[in-house]
Design a binder for this molecule. Structure first.
Ligand SMILES: Nc1ncnc2c1ncn2[C@@H]1O[C@H](COP(=O)(O)OP(=O)(O)OP(=O)(O)O)[C@@H](O)[C@H]1O
Length: 240
């Protein structure tokens, strides 16, 4: 059995009197891409932030690499792409990448090689020397993804990484994610694009503060007796 790299057990998160996460249970293992889907406002980002220790859980436990986050020692092992870009606007794309490579403790030689690679994956090679303030929204998303990929972290946590990215590049990014998975690393990804959910190894469907379904896309389609993950989603929501 592959190692569990994210383990969420009976996780509860409240904001004021709103209980967003009621009882969240699922694991992400090495060599696995887990897709977290659910309606807008269901709590997908909250699951991620609580797992990463950016939000404090009100109950249950969230472990990453068997440790409670935040944990500075694990920084280099996790590539996190948030839903909103946290970039330095006054710096160029390359300077941003250098800054984050430094934070992750990459050597100078590794940094140059990695920047070259991640820039190619997100198709930003020709724009690396432009200041981020002049980037389009999609370019900023791509730079954020490139930063998350830096240094081949053992775990990637990506919150809506392909928003604003066109289909050809999206395909290229998924190729890289599968390659990452095949190298024995793990990925937790949220998406609104149901075609992308089909590409994951397991889908966690978040509804009413709980994971209503968690299994391989094909198994879920069989269970719900439908042909697509989109229809699984709609049936679970009671729309179909
Ligand atoms: N810091 C916060 N303070 C108060 N409420 C919050 C906070 N963060 C999230 N929420 C609330 O928790 C709920 C879940 O938000 P979250 O961003 O996790 O949903 P999501 O599934 O990621 O949504 P989307 O798909 O639209 O990004 C929402 O009702 C949101 O308003």
């Amino acid at each position: 059995m592959a190692d569990s790299i994210i383990s969420l057990k009976h996780l509860v998160k409240k904001f004021g009197n709103q209980t967003v996460l009621k009882d969240i249970n699922f694991d992400v293992h090495t060599s696995e891409i887990v897709g977290l889907i659910g309606p807008s406002g269901a709590g997908k980002s909250t699951v991620i932030k609580t797992a990463l220790g950016m939000e404090l859980a009100d109950g249950g436990s969230a472990k990453v690499f068997n440790k409670t986050m935040p944990n500075r020692e694990l920084l280099a092992d996790i590539g996190y792409m948030a839903q909103t870009d946290a970039l330095y606007d006054d710096l160029s794309g390359k300077e941003n990448l250098k800054f984050f490579a430094d934070m992750k403790g990459l050597s100078k030689q590794e940094t140059a090689k990695e920047i070259d690679h991640v820039a190619k994956v997100v198709d930003l090679t020709d724009d690396l020397n432009k200041r981020v303030s002049g980037y389009s929204g999609g370019m900023m998303r791509r730079l954020s993804l490139a930063i998350a990929l830096l240094g081949k972290p053992k775990l990637l946590i990506l919150d809506e990484p392909t928003v604003g990215i066109d289909p050809a590049l999206r395909r290229q990014i998924w190729k890289e994610l599968k390659h990452t998975r095949d190298e024995g690393r793990g990925i937790l990804i949220t998406t609104h694009v149901m075609d992308e959910a089909e590409l994951t190894d397991k889908v966690a469907l978040l509804l009413d503060g709980k994971v209503m379904a968690f299994d391989k896309p094909d198994v879920l389609k069989m269970q719900y007796d439908v042909d697509s993950i989109e229809d699984v989603f709609l049936k679970a929501e009671g729309v179909l």
